[in-house]
Design a protein around this ligand. Structure first.
Ligand SMILES: [Zn+2]
Length: 57
C-alpha cells in the first residue's frame, strides 16, 4: 500500500493528496488513517471501507 493517495477532500472541495499517518491491523483488516496535505481533514479506512468518523477513532 502506498503512503500517499489521491482523494476527494470535503474541506478543500477538491481532489487532494492524502498521506497515511497510521496503520494498525484490526479484526476486519488493515486500519489506516489518512490526512489531507492541504488542511486538517482526515479519515479512517478499514480494509477498503472508508469512514470519516474521525481521525482520532
Ligand atoms: Zn483538505
Amino acid at each position: 500500500m502506498s503512503l500517499e493517495i489521491e482523494h476527494t477532500c470535503p474541506e478543500c472541495a477538491s481532489v487532494t493528496t492524502f498521506y497515511r499517518t497510521a496503520s494498525t491491523l484490526v479484526q476486519l483488516g488493515e486500519k489506516t488513517k489518512w490526512s489531507c496535505t492541504d488542511c486538517d481533514y482526515g479519515f479512517v479506512k478499514i480494509g477498503e471501507i472508508e469512514s470519516d468518523a474521525g481521525i482520532s477513532a
